[in-house]
Design a protein around this ligand. Sequence first.
Ligand SMILES: [Zn+2]
Length: 84
Amino acid sequence: MSFIPVICLTSPPRVVPRSFTSVGAYPLLYLTESDSVLCADCAAQGDGDDPTATCGVNWEDPHLTCDECSERIESAYADDEDPS
Ligand SMILES: [Zn+2]
């Protein structure tokens, strides 16, 4: 998996991560130091034992889920749009 880095909001730690980038509304995911994938909500709650290390955009993995709460993390391009 490769992540394209965007502005990372995990430092300073008081900043609350956002679920989407400010430009383009791409879905954001967060990676902890042990490479767990977190959604923005779980990244915002923080984990002292496994702090959030970086964040990126989930471009095209439709099956990506948060390791903490199992919430699906939307992808920027892989989601099929329902034409009807
Ligand atoms: Zn989560």
